[in-house]
Write a protein that binds this ligand. Structure first.
Ligand code: ADP
Ligand code: ADP
Ligand code: MG
Length: 502
């Protein structure tokens, strides 16, 4: 049985994992880089160890350093969180070699699903629908042009090793094919040290809908329904919700079966996500599998009522799943927004810096997974995610109202955040009506710009500023008031004698 877990990550996800460890009576070990000495994930664990300088390739990505801490602290398992080493098969193998339990799937599953071309072939053989396109890397540009001609434009050129929205190019015109292939290849080489790219048909009006699955080591695999992640910017998720507003019971059940088949095809164990791209007619195609815990896992936890981190730990312990497919139900509606340290009104430029003040939202149906505090300086070295705000309500429209209320109550000063932008999204008619696809942000620019339709918080800040000005200049205002009494029509009307009331 696992007694002590090293969390090979930082920030909000490290804290999230440590919370489940504490509930299970498992000791936790945090690791931190020089830039993260003051991060609250360090304080929330039972023990903490420095693993090197700020850049992640000198700390969070150094397998040797993490294994050394695991041994020194006597941790019997490692949870990788998301990002960093979570999808690195060498790390999984190394853990196995050192006799440390890796809380995640086998290196075979990570390798097969981590390479999109290999995954496409595997899915085809498991009869899971994949996006029409090639299952070999592009080697000859003339052949690629010929294939694109057969598939028909538009197409996506995608990096086989791709992730985080990188190494992807949309091609709509014939004359752009060569430059798209060249730039996708060079971005893929720079980001993933692998320049293999392939061709996928571009799905029009695409919806990104993914299925959460969990599988134990005894051949049991279930899905925990879908998450709708179509509100995206640069192919990265901004808002996630479950259930999907466009899903039907029939398609949900079919997609769930295909998600389970996809996981079984690689003998998956642990928690994972099958991402699908879905068109307006609800035709769906396998996009990729993320072989780890997902950023947006809390919305599933809330609606299905399952702690996914505890489930991962139980599976790693060799326990069979505690639930069957028919035990799982979707209850109510959950929405998550990602709060970033970035300036939405300046092209989403990262805005790291010192937090002066933070008031986190609370109340019925609100969950806030964060790690920052007043006086904390957000480091420039990592993803600028500050926190995730998750709300639950019995209906979608109540969940939207609750999220608006929570965003309104969420105050951070000292840095710019995506909070105002997220609030604006919740007022866009297409979002309110649940009629949106991955083009949502681009299509609704007019609603999402700062100067249009200022949210309530901006009006409130203006009112507070006016009040502060009033307090600072009390004498001036008093003078005005007593010299020139501001008579209100209602009062004067009431004082008049002999008025005939209508
Ligand atoms: P999710 O589907 O859970 O939202 P993302 O694609 O947003 O996952 O990635 C989660 C985190 O992992 C992000 O911080 C992202 O930058 C990072 N990430 C994802 N894929 C890779 C990769 N191949 N290499 C490095 N970092 C990655
Ligand atoms: P990553 O590994 O970077 O997450 P994905 O293959 O999951 O890459 O694609 C990320 C996003 O890009 C999708 O959520 C979707 O918005 C868009 N996308 C990818 N492939 C296609 C496609 N064939 N047609 C339409 N949109 C696509
Ligand atoms: Mg993806």
């Amino acid at each position: 049985m696992i007694k002590k877990i090293l969390v090979a990550n930082r920030g909000e996800i490290a804290i999230r994992i440590i919370r489940s460890c504490r509930e299970m009576g498992i000791k936790s070990v945090a690791v931190y880089s020089d830039a993260d000495r003051t991060s609250s994930h360090v304080r929330s664990a039972d023990e903490a160890y420095n693993i090197g300088p700020a850049p992640s390739n000198e700390s969070y990505l150094v397998i040797d350093n993490i294994i050394e801490v695991a041994k020194k602290s006597g941790a019997d398992a490692i949870h990788p969180g998301y990002g960093f080493l979570s999808e690195n098969a060498n790390f999984t193998d190394r853990c196995e070699k050192e006799g440390i339990i890796f809380i995640g799937p086998s290196s075979y599953a990570i390798n097969t699903m981590g390479d999109k071309i290999t995954a496409r072939k595997k899915m085809q053989s498991a009869n899971v629908p994949v996006v029409p396109g090639t299952t070999e890397p592009i080697t000859d540009i003339n052949k690629a042009i010929e294939i694109i001609h057969q598939i028909g434009l538009p197409v996506m050129i995608k990096a086989s090793a791709g992730g985080g929205g990188k190494g992807m190019r949309l091609v709509t015109k014939k004359e752009d094919i060569v430059s798209a292939v060249t730039s996708a290849k060079s971005e893929a080489l720079a980001s993933f040290s692998n320049d293999a790219v392939y061709i996928e048909k571009y799905i029009n009006s695409p919806h990104h809908i993914e299925f959460q699955i969990v599988a134990d080591k005894h051949g049991n695999c279930v899905h925990l329904f879908e998450r709708e992640c179509s509100v995206q910017r640069r192919h990265q998720k901004v808002v996630e919700e479950t259930p999907s507003p466009i899903m039907t019971a029939k398609v949900r059940s079919e997609m769930g079966k295909h998600a389970v088949a996809a996981a079984k095809a690689v003998n998956y164990s642990g928690a994972g996500t099958i991402e699908f791209i879905v068109d307006d007619e609800l035709n769906y195609y396998f996009l990729e599998m993320n072989t780890r815990l997902q950023v947006e896992h809390p919305i599933t936890e809330r609606v299905v009522g399952v702690d996914l981190v505890k489930t991962q730990i139980n599976i790693a312990n060799g326990e069979p799943l505690k639930f069957k497919q028919e035990d799982l139900k979707q209850n109510g509606h959950a929405i998550e927004v990602r709060i970033y340290a970035e300036d939405p009104d300046n092209n989403f430029m990262p805005n790291p810096g010192k937090i002066e003040h933070i008031t986190e939202p609370l109340g019925f149906g609100v969950r806030h997974d964060g790690y920052v505090y007043a006086g904390y300086e957000i480091p420039v070295h990592y993803d600028p995610l500050i926190s995730k705000l998750i709300v639950w309500a019995s209906t979608r429209s109540e969940a939207i109202d609750r999220l608006k209320r929570a965003l309104y109550a969420y105050k951070i000063t000292g840095i710019k955040t995506s909070i105002p932008f997220l609030s604006r999204i919740l007022d866009v008619p297409d979002f309110v009506n649940g009629k949106y696809n991955t083009h949502f942000i681009q299509d609704n620019e007019k609603y999402l710009k700062a100067d249009k339709n200022p949210p309530q918080r901006v009006k409130d800040i203006s009112a507070i500023a006016a009040f502060v000005d009033y307090l600072n200049n009390l004498d001036k205002y008093k003078e005005q008031r007593f010299c020139k009494p501001q008579l209100n029509n209602w009062k004067t009307f009431g004082r008049k004698k002999n008025v005939t009331r209508l």
